[in-house]
Design a protein around this ligand. Structure first.
Ligand SMILES: C[S@@+](CC[C@H](N)C(=O)[O-])C[C@H]1O[C@@H](n2cnc3c(N)ncnc32)[C@H](O)[C@@H]1O
Length: 267
C-alpha cells in the first residue's frame, strides 16, 4: 500500500493539496495547460492516467471534453467518480495500473498529470507503462507527463534522513470530518535506484487542541534525470516533441526545474 491507496488520504487529498499549493504551487497553470492540449490534440479521445481525484479529468469535462480516467488506487477512483456524479457527469473512471490498463478504445491524447509518472519505482515499470500507453494511443498520438530534475542539494539532505524519525512539518488543514490535522513527512533518498522513500504522518486534533489520532502512510517515488527520460521515451517508440519548464509552454533551459514532456507516438 502506498499513500494514495488509503481511503483517508483519498478523502482528504483535495483538502490538503489546496493548502499545500496555496503557499508554493509547483504546478501553477496545469489545468489550463491540459485543456489547451486537449483542444489541440484530443479530438480522437483523451485519457487521464493516474487521474487521482480528478483534478484534470473533471476540469476537461467541465469544458466539454469528455475524458476517461484511470488510477491504480481504487480509493482515488471512487472519490473522482463521486465528484463526477455530483457534477452530473457520466465519465468512465476505473482502477488500473498504467503498466497494464486497456479500455478497449484508442486515444489521441494521454495525460499523466502532476508527477503521476514519478510513482513508478523502477525503469522497468516506467518502460512497461510507456509501452502500454503507446499501445493505447492512435498513430501520432500524444503523451504528456512530468518529471522533476533531481536536485543534488535535496538529495544530500534526504540521504541523511531517517524516514521513520526525521519528520518535517508540512501543513495544517481541516479534514473531511471537520478535525484539524497537521501533516509531517520524512523522506529519504537512495541514489543508486534513485528512489525517494518515506512516510507521511497525519496528526488529528480535537476542538481543544488535544491530539486524538495519528496515521502513518508510506510513499515511494523515483527521480528521473532528463537525459534518461529522453532515451527511455525514444526506446519506447516516442518522439520528444517538446520539454517545457513548468506549465506555461516555456522550453526547458539549463536550470533545474519541473519538466513537462510532450511525446508523440512514432509509427
Ligand atoms: C500525485 S497523485 C496525482 C493525481 C492526479 N493526476 C492529480 O493531478 O491530482 C499520483 C497518482 O498516481 C497514482 N498512481 C501511482 N502509481 C500508479 C500506477 N502504477 N498506475 C496508475 N496510477 C498510479 C496514485 O494512485 C495517485 O493517485
Amino acid at each position: 500500500m502506498d499513500l494514495h491507496d488509503y481511503r483517508d488520504v483519498a478523502e482528504n487529498y483535495d483538502r490538503y493539496l489546496e493548502v499545500m499549493y496555496s503557499v508554493r504551487d509547483n504546478y501553477a497553470g496545469f489545468r489550463e495547460f491540459y485543456l489547451e492540449l486537449a483542444k489541440q490534440y484530443g479530438s480522437g479521445g483523451v485519457v487521464d492516467i493516474a487521474c487521482g481525484t480528478g483534478a484534470v479529468l473533471l476540469y476537461l469535462a467541465e469544458h466539454g471534453i469528455m475524458t476517461d480516467g484511470t488510477d491504480l488506487s481504487e480509493e482515488m477512483c471512487r472519490v473522482a467518480a463521486s465528484k463526477a456524479e455530483k457534477m452530473g457527469l457520466k465519465l468512465n473512471i476505473y482502477p488500473a495500473d498504467m503498466t497494464k490498463f486497456c479500455s478497449g478504445r484508442k486515444y489521441s491524447l494521454a495525460i499523466i498529470a502532476r508527477s503521476g509518472f514519478m510513482h513508478l519505482p523502477s525503469p522497468e515499470l516506467q518502460r512497461a507503462a510507456l509501452m502500454n500507453i503507446r499501445e493505447q494511443l492512435e498513430d501520432g498520438g500524444i503523451l504528456t507527463l512530468n518529471t522533476f530534475d533531481p536536485s543534488p542539494l535535496f538529495q544530500e539532505k534526504q540521504m541523511a534522513t531517517d524516514p521513520e524519525k526525521d519528520y518535517v512539518f508540512q501543513l495544517e488543514y481541516v479534514n473531511s470530518e471537520g478535525y484539524r490535522e497537521k501533516i509531517w513527512n520524512a523522506v529519504a533518498y537512495d541514489p543508486v535506484p534513485q528512489i525517494m522513500h518515506g512516510n507521511w504522518k497525519f496528526e488529528t486534533f480535537d476542538a481543544e487542541g488535544k491530539k486524538i489520532g495519528e496515521r502513518i502512510r508510506p510513499l515511494t517515488m523515483r527521480q528521473t534525470y532528463r537525459q534518461e527520460m529522453r532515451y527511455l521515451a525514444e526506446l519506447c517508440g516516442f518522439e520528444v516533441l517538446k520539454v517545457c519548464s513548468g506549465y506555461h509552454g516555456q522550453e526547458a533551459g539549463n536550470e533545474l526545474s519541473g519538466l513537462v514532456w510532450l511525446l508523440r507516438k512514432k509509427g
